[in-house]
Ligand binder design. Sequence first.
Ligand code: ADP
Ligand code: MG
Length: 245
Amino acid sequence: MGINTQIEVTDLHKSFGKNEVLKGITTTFEKGDVVCIIGPSGSGKSTFLRSLNGLEAATSGDIIVDGFNLTDKNTDINLVRQNVGMVFQHFNLFPNMTVFENITYAPIQLKKQSKAEAEEKALHLLEAVGLLEKKDTMPDMLSGGQKQRVAIARALAMDPDVMLFDEPTSALDPEMVGDVLDLMRRIADDGMTMLIVTHEMGFARKVANRVIFTDGGLILEDGTPEDVFDHPKHPRLQDFLSKVL
Ligand code: ADP
Ligand code: MG
């Protein structure tokens, strides 16, 4: 494990009952990596991402995040999770809180920051995502693109070391997708470690330094965007790209 390794996954298996969804995933992610994960529906992309912050418990294998082994019973999973932000396809904002409260809630509750600090940071984040004027709005009143930008601001408010994105633009109307991808690109430019499950191949090509293709619960290809998109080796990847590009 190198000095810049942030996540190390070794022979990760995950089954739901008899359905083995992850069949032995081994990989590492370095600080500052921006990795897009692509692959057919049902190939285990979400299960993999959710395993990295303990939303799914591994059946076997090791997952080390920031030096903490998630599969070790003595690891305080909540502490690890505070450093791993997650953004979901369907936003998952707290519906009964304003935009501002959505962003300040976890940092204050988990005592990661003082109230004043959390509120000041939330204002900065809202400005950065272009939604300062929506501060006191309830999530219901926002468009999908605005909700997702709030969800991203909420995740960033915890000062995570890693951000996980699970198809962050898949539920958005087409005209909203660009704003969210632009925001993600700015976060990447700031040096954040990001793992992004996405079908946005243009984004993957431009922003990722690495692209992983999963199918059938395995990583079948892992390389630069150029390797994966222009010189796909595995027949399943070639077939996948012929359908999505
Ligand atoms: P992807 O994100 O690549 O579409 P998923 O990780 O969501 O794939 O799902 C992979 C497989 O695992 C699917 O067959 C799905 O039905 C199954 N699966 C995912 N989550 C659960 C769960 N909580 N319980 C049972 N089966 C699940
Ligand atoms: Mg999924």
